[in-house]
Design a binder for this molecule. Structure first.
Ligand SMILES: Nc1nc2c(ncn2[C@@H]2O[C@H](COP(=O)(O)OP(=O)(O)OP(=O)(O)O)[C@@H](O)[C@H]2O)c(=O)[nH]1
Ligand SMILES: [Mg+2]
Length: 222
């Protein structure tokens, strides 16, 4: 009994050190980005909520004065990195092998991007509604991408993600007639979890309200 308790305590301390080290590296990333005058957005959310689709639709709508680069995090493969590279912007694909990007991975990504000529970096985190929320990356804005296909209860069931975010994109509203999702209930659940979280309802597919998100991005860069 005592032996197993001491094993548990050791594991707990390793996790603590890991999170503290991640926080230290995230702060360094924040400073690197700040010195270059780059604004970084960390897009998080469950698998398939439309993170890559939103980036595909957003980047062509940004003005030339705001060149962007992308750090793309996936457990494996380069499918999303290839989709985004087709937009003609610099993309670094990182394979995490685990459920989230951490600050050291983002540092490596930054080393491979032409920071001197960028004003924006979008980080697409691994599709996961839990782990990415626990690992700050040094990005300025944390954005949670939800989709109406996920259900309106997610803010209550996965509160940390909605607490670390300053913006929630509610994607796939074109599918509202086909799914059992209450936008009003989703809003109530968000307010219960993080009363200051801003919500933009939109559709990457139809383009509905996409401009509200694009304008938000631009407004963060001025
Ligand atoms: N109907 C509809 N489908 C969408 C919308 N946005 C994305 N999709 C579809 O949803 C699926 C997943 O989209 P992705 O953009 O790959 O999602 P993701 O969040 O990047 O996925 P992961 O990187 O695997 O976590 C694709 O089939 C998209 O075409 C939308 O607004 N409406
Ligand atoms: Mg993706």
């Amino acid at each position: 009994m005592i032996k197993s308790l001491s094993v548990n305590l050791k594991i707990f301390r390793i996790e603590e050190n890991l999170l503290a080290e991640n926080e230290r590296l995230a702060e360094e990333n924040r400073q690197i980005l700040g010195k270059k005058g780059i604004v970084a957005f960390n897009l998080m959310g469950g698998p398939g909520t439309g993170k890559t689709s939103l980036l595909e639709k957003t980047i062509p709508r940004l003005p030339e004065s705001l060149p962007c680069g992308i750090i793309e995090g996936d457990v494996a493969g380069s499918l999303d990195g290839e989709r985004l590279a087709r937009l003609g912007v610099p993309v670094v694909q990182i394979n995490t092998g685990s459920c989230h990007l951490d600050a050291s991975m983002v540092r490596k990504g930054l080393e491979h991007l032409p920071l001197e000529r960028l004003k924006i970096i979008f980080v697409e985190n691994v599709g996961n509604l839990v782990c990415p929320a626990e690992f700050p990356l040094g990005t300025d804005k944390q954005v949670v991408v939800s989709a109406v296909t996920e259900g309106d209860d997610k803010p209550v069931k996965y509160p940390l993600m909605f607490q670390v975010a300053s913006l929630c994109l509610l994607n796939k509203v074109d599918l509202l007639p086909a799914v059992n999702f209450s936008v009003e209930k989703f809003g109530q659940n968000i307010r219960q979890t993080n009363s200051s979280l801003k919500i933009i309802s939109l559709s990457a597919q139809s383009g509905e309200n996409l401009n509200a998100w694009v304008e938000y991005v631009i407004s963060q860069c001025s």
